[in-house]
Design a protein around this ligand. Structure first.
Ligand code: AHM
Ligand code: MG
Length: 334
């Protein structure tokens, strides 16, 4: 129902009252983070915080503030047992987990290198139930997620949510401070002529990636027979949002430089939630060899290769990796 408030939508769509409450709290955290982002220069919150996160990346004041706001909001929900954040070394245990409680994985401010230049950033989250046999430190598998979403803080603030069957998008109305359903049932078109990759890493790529991009760049007279456009925002939330609106493919592959650490993007709070969202919208998400949702998480801040978006394009690359596995010496796209 177009123009329905998020609150009314949750009442209609989400049966579990505790999950409803948690999503309401997350939406209100995103509203607060949006306001912090909007006022960051005015409040002197740009630049670096002088600390690094568990991955050794320099933190910004807003990374830390967003983390605190998000964690506090989730903690207000009595059924949230554990939090896994990009900004925290360890799992935060709020209560001894029982089956039916929630595990929330999140990146409080994704793409934060964009903050000081006033480009889009966002918040990514994934919610799973604690399974019957889980210990306090168990890591949720991709297929255990019951809900995933992101907020994008761009020209407007939007929230996208899925419980697995479709993806609905809500816009924050700054006049009423409410999220309103403006983009029901977003779908990723199966075909595309737009790709997104950080091309400065070309020298590190494997043969499949080099061939894929080279063929896109050849345009109408090349093997793909069409002119491709390219975008790179350095904010995964913005790339995924664009793909949900008009299709495309997003690639952050493992390459020779980042292979030892498994890639750049993190599985639990970037790869998993975005894979769930893209697949619920009819797209596909792979690490090149396996569907991202099938990857087993072994470490809290485990990294992964990410190739997601329009199904036809992702299938093409996955098939090239399969072929390369069979003939490792000729790892090329045919
Ligand atoms: P972050 O969570 O520390 O912001 O890092 C993740 C971001 C993604 O949003 C984006 O796709 C990627 O890092 C950009 O990386 P690069 O700076 O190599 O272009
Ligand atoms: Mg991130």
């Amino acid at each position: 129902m177009q123009n329905e408030t998020l609150h009314a939508y949750l009442d209609r769509e989400v049966g579990d009252e505790h999950l409803r409450d948690l999503l309401d709290r997350i939406a209100s955290a995103c509203w607060s983070i949006s306001a912090l982002v909007c006022r960051s220069a005015l409040q002197g919150n740009q630049g670096e915080a002088g600390s690094v996160n568990p991955q050794g990346e320099v933190q910004k004041p807003l990374d830390l503030m967003a983390d605190e706001v998000f964690a506090r909001s989730c903690a207000g929900n009595g059924r949230t047992a554990t939090l896994i954040s990009e900004e925290a070394d360890d799992i935060t245990v709020l209560k001894n987990p029982s089956p039916g409680d929630f595990v929330v994985c999140y990146d409080p401010l994704d793409g934060s290198s964009n903050l000081d230049v006033d480009l889009s950033v966002g918040t990514i989250f994934a919610i799973s139930y604690v399974p019957e046999d889980a210990s306090q430190n168990a890591l949720p598998a991709g297929h255990q997620m019951v809900c995933a979403g992101y907020a994008i803080y761009g020209p407007s603030t939007m929230l996208a949510l899925t419980t697995g069957t479709r993806v609905d998008g809500f816009s924050l109305d700054p006049e009423t401070d409410t999220f309103v359903l403006t983009h029901p049932a977003m779908r990723v078109p199966p075909e595309t002529a737009e790709f997104a990759i950080n091309a400065s890493r070309r020298r590190h790529w494997d043969g499949v990636m080099r061939d894929y991009v080279a063929q896109c760049l050849e345009g109408p007279t090349g093997p793909r027979g069409k002119a491709f456009n390219m975008r790179w925002t350095a904010s995964m939330v913005a790339e995924v949002h664009r793909i949900l609106i008009r299709g495309g493919i997003f690639l952050y592959p493992t390459d020779d430089e980042n292979r030892a650490s498994g890639g750049k993007l993190r599985l639990l709070y970037e790869g998993f939630p975005m894979a769930m969202i893209i697949e619920a919208a009819g797209g596909r998400a792979t690490d090149g060899h396996n569907d991202i949702l099938d990857v087993t998480p072994k470490h809290l801040h485990q990294r992964t290769s990410v190739i997601l978006g329009s199904a036809g394009e992702v299938d093409l690359i996955a098939a090239a990796y399969t072929q390369a596995e069979r003939a490792p010496d000729g790892s090329r796209l045919t």
